[in-house]
Design a protein around this ligand. Structure first.
Ligand code: HMG
Length: 450
């Protein structure tokens, strides 16, 4: 897709908000929970979890990422036609989160300044934001008054204390500016999807923490990703966007693979699954079999359990093969740079992966990005985008520095915040949106604190 093409629609800019507090996983946390820190840092891949302060929630974080995006892009409220919010941390069963966000932004831009902007919430676990982006991109393509759309991801990933999910928590928000002729990425508008009813991860009404069947959730993620990838591959070939020659695979035409990142090791599992699957079309498969031995075939096993164990062992060895490690290093590893310092931010995690590549200046004009989004329950969407000529002109965000400047908190303070027992903010709000109260009807009161 040529740059400067008015028919191109996609992501023009992106902004990230992460709370100012963090808990390191190695140290007090690992000792208290009786977990080897090596497991958390290497086995899971998270070093620090972002923790929202008392005055923060998914709504304040959404408002913060939007405010930053508007300031970066010098956007005026009347230029924004729609704000779609992807979240699974909604604080109201009826009222759209975006209305609270607009209320906050109007404290800066003036009352009524967003009144022609519509807003809606997308809930589909971690894939909500991606469905929002897909929908908004089709709206943006038809928009004729020069208005732009915003997609905001905002979540607090929360599991019970001392559970296996606890060390995969995190919090943050990403706001995406979606418009015609974008500076960063033009979407190719090829979406491969997969959906299946699952009990891998859910949060029944009234619960503040998610119910998760951990190992099953990993498997659902991988199954769905493979289904969505196949669906994408078939569509990309039908549309003529990708035309593999003899011995070539779909992923040969993708320069960076960005998967949903519940924890950094998961992108390694996902890329091993997708590359192993995709490479079956090429001679690489037999070269790898020469190194590792033949892939287990289900027909060769009487017992399904034994086949699954043999296959899991093969995948583990595949993930250590030279060919895989080269591809992982070139196309995937850097996407998890920020997630290691933040943890899971649910529906924004995949775009935190994009922010990692942008901050590390790893993407270049003309490259193709393949996004593998996943949401529990479960759905996956695989789609692609082309890096635009102007991508290098979009200012960086200084995210690494911002993350280094955060305040470390004690395990005790983290547990108080987690349980809703903290009485005052650890760091008093300053130049930010803050939750200042909840009235007798449950309506939430927010202010911009100077
Ligand atoms: P677990 O039982 O803590 O982990 O569960 P494990 O025992 O499987 O260990 C993980 C890895 O650490 C293994 O590596 C171990 O060997 C290694 P592997 O064998 O796979 O290569 N390990 C060590 N490494 C170095 N030094 C050591 C050591 N010990 C062990 N000493 C799990 C992990 C992720 C399941 C758990 O934390 C959990 O339930 N998390 C929440 C659910 C989740 O994140 N699921 C991911 C897929 S679902 C998803 O992505 C959707 C989601 O984002 C929500 C949404 O859609 O809204 C969650």
């Amino acid at each position: 897709m040529p740059a400067g093409n008015d028919r191109a629609v996609g992501i023009d800019d992106l902004s990230v908000y992460v709370p100012r507090l963090f808990l390191p996983l190695a140290g007090e946390f690992s000792t208290n929970r009786g977990i080897d820190p090596g497991k958390l840092i290497k086995g899971i891949g998270i070093e620090r979890m972002a923790v929202p302060d008392l005055h923060e929630d998914a709504v304040t974080m959404a408002a913060m990422s939007l405010l930053d995006l508007m300031r970066r892009a010098r956007l005026r409220p009347e230029e924004i036609g729609k704000i779609y919010v992807g979240t699974e941390s909604s604080l109201d069963e009826a009222k759209a989160m975006g209305t609270y966000v607009i209320g906050m932004l109007e404290k800066i831009y003036g009352k009524g300044s967003f009144q022609e902007c519509s807003t809606v919430e997308f809930k589909a676990a971690c894939i909500g934001t991606t469905f929002a982006l897909e929908s908004l991109s089709f709206w943006a393509a038809l928009e004729e008054e020069g208005k732009v759309g915003i997609v905001i991801a905002s979540d607090v990933a929360k599991y019970p204390l001392a559970s296996a999910g606890e060390y995969t928590q995190g919090a943050g928000s990403v706001a995406l500016l979606v418009k015609k002729n974008p500076r960063l990425l033009a979407l190719e508008q090829i979406y491969g999807s997969f959906t299946r009813n699952e009990n891998d991860f859910f949060r029944p009404m009234g619960c503040t923490t998610a119910v998760v069947n951990g190992k099953h959730s990993n498997q659902c993620y991988l199954d769905a990703m493979q289904g969505a990838f196949d669906s994408f591959a078939a569509r990309a070939v039908r549309k003529g966007a990708i035309t593999p020659g003899k011995g070539e695979c779909i992923t040969d035409f993708i320069d960076h693979l960005l998967f949903h990142i519940p924890y950094p090791r998961m992108v390694e599992y996902a890329s091993a699954a997708i590359l192993r699957h995709d490479w079956r079309q090429s001679s690489r498969c037999s070269e790898i079999e020469m190194e590792l031995g033949t892939e287990p075939q289900s027909l060769g096993y009487e017992d399904l359990g034994k086949y699954q164990a043999a296959d899991a062992d093969y995948v583990r060895r595949f993930a250590k093969s030279q060919k895989f490690l080269q591809a992982f290093e070139a196309k995937v590893r850097d996407t998890a740079m920020l997630s290691r310092q933040v943890g899971n931010i649910y529906t924004g995690s995949i775009y935190l992966g994009l922010a990692s590549l942008l901050e590390m200046q790893k993407i270049h004009a003309g490259e193709r990005l393949g996004f593998g989004a996943y949401g529990s329950g479960c759905s996956a969407l695989f789609f692609s985008a082309i890096v635009q000529q102007q991508a290098g002109s979009v200012p960086l965000r200084g995210l690494v520095k911002r993350l280094q400047e955060r305040r470390q908190i004690s395990l005790h303070d983290y547990e108080l915040l987690h349980g809703g027992l903290m009485e005052k903010s650890v760091v008093m709000p300053c130049k930010e949106f803050a939750l200042v109260g909840i009235d007798h009807q449950g309506y939430r009161l927010y202010e911009y604190v100077e």
